[in-house]
Write a protein that binds this ligand. Structure first.
Ligand SMILES: Cc1cc2nc3c(=O)[nH]c(=O)nc-3n(C[C@H](O)[C@H](O)[C@H](O)COP(=O)(O)OP(=O)(O)OC[C@H]3O[C@@H](n4cnc5c(N)ncnc54)[C@H](O)[C@@H]3O)c2cc1C
Length: 407
């Protein structure tokens, strides 16, 4: 082993948004080293937002906090010190302008994640942060008030250590959950990591033929043992084997195998649709079912499959549809039942739920409550946000707090 016996003030493990932003914000007089296992930093950041990088979301902090499930309280201080507005300002001041789409998602005006990473790496250079890529940390020990890190060929030592190793999802990006083992070896416990923001597979899925079709902003309810446990609304996408899209990804946090997900496939609630439909059956009985249903925002390909499932001819006149079939039509359109066969695994999940328990970390500083001078930033923490820029913002905000607490 090539031993670097002169201790660094700070070593950061992981060159994702959390690691890079910690490095950028650490006090200038600190000798800081960032270790990244990949050939370059920010591999997952470059994949984010389909290569466009949805780096945060518009809105005030209270609205923001509602997008982190039950763990939002932990992030309040981090967002108070470094909010979405601060993030936008940070990039603007460095010449990267920002656009906000109609749903509030914030992107770089270049529409390219590369420009976000460029700003971060340029800032690291300006701050003279040493970055060693292709350095996979394999082992960490804490003795004599210092941290000792081993990679394949080198040994490093430091006074302060930051874990910014990310979660376990999309392991091909480098985030393979190494930080969990390191933290455990230093005395932390781990909330078992699970895939989050994941597509779902459906039992006896009937819509494989319309894979790629999507529905904007639909209402859905989740049932477990026939009891409704949660409601949600969001965009839905049909895939080869199940459902995806932001509405499903966000809702997947609450789902389990064998749950029933009922989706209102049209843009009208069940009571209003029932009234309109039954009235139309009485007053315009000669209208074909196809013509009537085209008034609702439903793709024709999906409509065809549903009518086929009900054994209904596309041109059946409303007056000729019997009572039982009318009820079946209402049920299919307003509460189509999907039984969840399974959730996508870590290779499909955009983030990881679980990780370093929030009870073991100071929400004010991101310092470990178990080992002094050990800090955490980003997705390694037991935090997972909705789609829409919430995860990258959490990585930046927690990194900002950690960096400022390192004295
Ligand atoms: C396909 C996809 C799209 C996404 N899109 C968005 C989006 O648009 N908006 C959003 O907010 N979030 C998005 N996310 C989530 C977001 O990218 C992550 O939450 C965010 O990158 C977490 O940042 P991080 O720095 O904590 O971890 P990461 O970005 O995962 O970085 C961790 C780094 O640590 C390195 N590392 C790990 N172990 C070691 C080790 N032993 N030694 C050295 N280095 C190590 C890894 O190689 C990696 O580079 C997306 C995720 C995916 C997978």
């Amino acid at each position: 082993l090539n031993k670097n016996t002169i201790p660094y003030d700070v070593i950061i493990i992981g060159g994702g948004p959390a690691g890079l932003f910690t490095a950028i914000n650490i006090h200038r007089n600190k000798k800081c080293l960032l270790l990244e296992k990949n050939e370059t930093t920010g591999r997952k950041l470059l994949m984010s937002g389909s290569g466009r990088c949805n780096l945060t979301h518009a809105g005030d902090i209270e609205a923001f906090l509602a997008h982190y499930g039950d763990h939002f309280r932990f992030l309040r201080t981090a967002f108070k010190h470094f909010s979405n507005e601060d993030l936008i300002q940070f990039f603007k001041e460095r010449g990267l302008y920002i656009t906000v789409d109609k749903n509030g998602k914030v992107f770089p005006a270049t529409d390219n994640a590369v420009s976000v990473l460029d700003v971060l790496t340029h800032e690291c250079k300006k701050k003279q942060v040493t970055i060693h890529c292709r350095e996979t940390v394999l082992k960490i020990e804490h003795r004599d008030g210092k941290f000792w890190l081993e990679t394949k060929g080198n040994e490093y030592t430091c006074l302060t250590l930051v874990f910014a190793t990310g979660g376990k999802s999309y392991p091909s990006s480098g985030s393979t959950g190494d930080g969990y083992g390191f933290a455990q070896s230093l005395g932390h416990t781990i909330v078992p990591p699970k895939p989050a923001l994941t597509p779902i597979y459906i039992h006896h899925y009937p819509f494989a033929d319309i894979s790629g079709v999507s529905l904007p902003m639909r209402a859905m309810s989740l049932f477990r043992a026939n009891k409704k446990i949660k409601e949600h609304a969001g965009d839905i996408g049909f895939t080869h084997k199940g459902l995806s899209g932001p509405g499903i990804l966000d809702f997947s946090r609450f789902m389990e195998r064998n749950d029933r997900l009922e989706i209102n496939l049209i843009d009208v609630n069940m009571a209003d649709f029932t009234t309109t439909f039954l009235a139309a059956c009485d007053t315009e009985g000669k209208t074909a079912i196809k013509t009537f249903l085209k008034r609702f925002d439903l793709p024709e390909s999906l409509l065809k499959l549903i009518l086929k499932e009900l054994n209904l001819d596309f041109n059946e006149k409303l007056a000729h549809i019997n009572k039982k079939t009318r009820t079946a039509i209402i049920d299919s359109l307003c509460r189509y039942p999907f039984v969840i066969e399974s959730l996508g695994g870590f290779n499909m999940a955009m983030v990881t739920r679980g990780g370093i328990p929030l009870t073991e970390v100071s929400a004010k500083t991101m310092e470990s409550k178990i080992i002094k001078h050990l800090f955490f930033a980003g997705e390694i923490l037991d935090i997972d946000g909705d789609t829409g820029g919430y995860n990258i913002q959490a990585a930046f905000s927690t990194a900002y707090l950690a960096a400022n607490a390192i004295q």
